[in-house]
Design a protein. Structure first.
Length: 447
């Protein structure tokens, strides 16, 4: 494919390295704001999907926009073109956290930066949108850029804070945080993002911007850690934790405790660890670590309880895990970092057989991702579920709350009085009384 050199159109050429969820939504958003975007991706599966004008994830409206802009102002490539003068280079590659060895893996970031060495100039702003531990922008990225022969690299950290399923909306509406290396970098970043977002918020430094993203996600993690702790305490006294929390909040303006729940996904599972990655021995470090472990331990405790109940009932049929994507609202097909993964792993380790279902992933995708027997999205039907006595509803997809799903579950109960339903998000709580002892949620699973 021939790519036109648009270098004469100053201020309009954007290079986005990494077309995962963050990079692709941002790239398409830039196209919508009349920028020319060159997206670099080395994953062949992602490139293959984009070549059919489809994203490799679920995001309302994005496929139409890819079709609209592809090969016009959006170019998907496997390497950086050297005949383009780029005004903005956006780094949006993954930064996995190695929990076993306690470090943030920057190999992909280093490779991404190295690939730009021949296209960076004094007038290029490098914008980091990957999640990193504090000081990475200054001590790693800036030092790497200086090796490319640019007299004074321009660098900004502008964190991505969108939610999956609403990214294209929130890229317009959320204020964009900007932290910059110096005044010149801030001026360029401010000009760029004022064209992309309704508002911007300038912070004092690169480090401040790095912290904003980590604080936002760790705060959300911690709120659920408190709710999950309260739920455990309630059940220790023989009280339904869900019901207690709801009544604690009822008509009381100074209490907004969330319902207990899994905290998962490719960001929340690691960002607390990244926040404390290079902290010294502060009291805060221990607090944040303990809250993260509270949420991780919930998955293990649920898996152990399910396994115990299964064996106590002398079951020998496969367990159906439904809701494998890490969340249901907004709907996503993202399987990365899902609590369901950890629960499945434990059940298999205990010798149980797990079958899988997800409303946003067909059986072929689940089978490829997990190498485990899976049923199709639309197979959540009474006749297709008769083979299961244990069914785990593990995310909060809206379809569980539909009348049809209620009828499916009640018909299963009539066909098999021994059926057991675990409903992590109380999605079918409206029929819990009719299910009697066949139903448990997070609020009463340990009672």
């Amino acid at each position: 494919m021939a790519i036109q050199n648009n270098s004469s159109e100053k201020g309009k050429n954007v290079l986005v390295i990494g077309l995962g969820y963050v990079g692709l939504t941002f790239a398409i958003h830039c196209c919508d704001k009349e920028y020319n975007v060159y997206g670099i991706e080395i994953n062949e599966t992602i490139l293959s999907s984009l070549n059919t004008n489809k994203a490799h994830f679920l995001e309302p409206g994005i496929d139409d926009l890819i079709s609209k802009y592809k090969d016009k102002s959006f170019f998907c490539l496997s390497s950086v073109p050297e005949n383009i003068e780029f005004d903005y280079i956006i780094i949006s590659v993954g930064t996995p956290y190695d929990k076993k060895n306690s470090y943030v893996d920057l190999k992909s970031m280093e490779a991404a930066l190295s690939s730009t060495s021949n296209v960076i100039s004094d007038r290029t702003l490098v914008v980091l949108r990957s999640t990193v531990s504090v000081s990475t922008s200054r001590n790693f990225v800036y030092e790497k850029l200086k090796t490319f022969g640019v007299t004074q690299p321009k660098l900004a950290f502008c964190p991505e804070r969108t939610v999956e399923g609403k990214a294209l909306i929130e890229l317009n509406t959320l204020p964009q945080i900007i932290g910059a290396l110096d005044d010149s970098s801030m001026e360029m970043a401010e000009k760029f993002f004022l064209n992309l977002s309704d508002s911007i918020i300038k912070v004092a430094s690169l480090e401040a911007a790095e912290l904003v993203k980590l604080l936002n996600n760790t705060y959300r993690d911690s709120v659920f850690a408190i709710a999950n702790s309260f739920n455990n305490i309630a059940q220790a006294f023989g009280i339904d934790g869900n019901e207690l929390i709801q009544k604690s909040n009822l008509d009381y303006p100074r209490s907004s405790i969330p319902s207990p729940g899994f905290v998962a996904g490719p960001c929340l599972e690691k960002d607390a660890y990244i926040l404390i990655d290079n902290l010294k021995d502060l009291d805060s470090k221990n607090l944040i670590s303990s809250m993260r472990k509270m949420n991780e331990n919930l998955e293990l405790r649920i898996a152990k309880t399910i396994c115990s109940l299964y064996k106590k009932r002398n079951c020998n049929k496969p367990i159906l895990l439904s809701g494998m994507a890490f969340k249901g609202v907004p709907a996503t097909n993202d399987l990365r970092g899902s609590s369901s993964n950890n629960i499945l792993e434990y059940l298999i380790a205990q010798g149980l057989e797990g079958h899988l279902h997800d409303f946003e992933n067909p059986a072929s995708i689940l089978k490829e991702f997990y190498n485990t027997h899976s049923i199709d999205s639309d197979d959540f039907q009474s006749d297709k579920l008769l083979d299961y006595e244990f069914i785990l509803l593990l995310n909060n997809h809206p379809k569980y709350k539909e009348k049809d799903s209620y009828e499916i579950i009640l018909n299963l109960k009539k066909s098999n009085p021994n059926i057991f339903i675990f409903d992590a998000w109380d999605s079918i709580g409206g029929i819990s009384a009719e299910l009697n002892g066949s139903y448990k949620n997070l609020g009463n699973i340990f009672l």
